[in-house]
Design a protein. Structure first.
Length: 95
């Protein structure tokens, strides 16, 4: 499931999304290790910069997810990956 909100301004735009995925094994019904999980994203674009420049920025947060049992030293423990934060930016010249 994904929820998205976008707002356009005269000089750019803003987009925010929230996605939640839950992949399950068809036989056991248990969550699939290493499957997608919660992803939050914010995307900003500015169109009217000097010298015909356009700036874009993106920030994403991927939540922690369960790992396969083989990744854990203790077979009875539940292991989780770490949350990941990602930032991207770009400046391009429009023609």
């Amino acid at each position: 499931m994904t929820i998205a909100v976008q707002h356009n301004f005269s000089k750019g735009s803003l987009l925010a999304t929230f996605s939640k995925a839950d992949a399950r094994d068809l036989e056991s019904g248990l969550p699939t290790p290493e499957a997608p999980r919660t992803i939050s994203m914010c995307w900003v674009r500015s169109q009217q910069l000097p010298f015909h420049l356009q700036a874009k920025g993106e920030f994403r947060i991927y939540s922690a997810k369960p790992l396969a049992r083989a990744a854990c030293p203790d077979p009875n423990a539940e292991c989780y990956g770490v949350a990941v934060k990602e930032f991207r930016a770009a400046v391009v010249r429009r023609s």
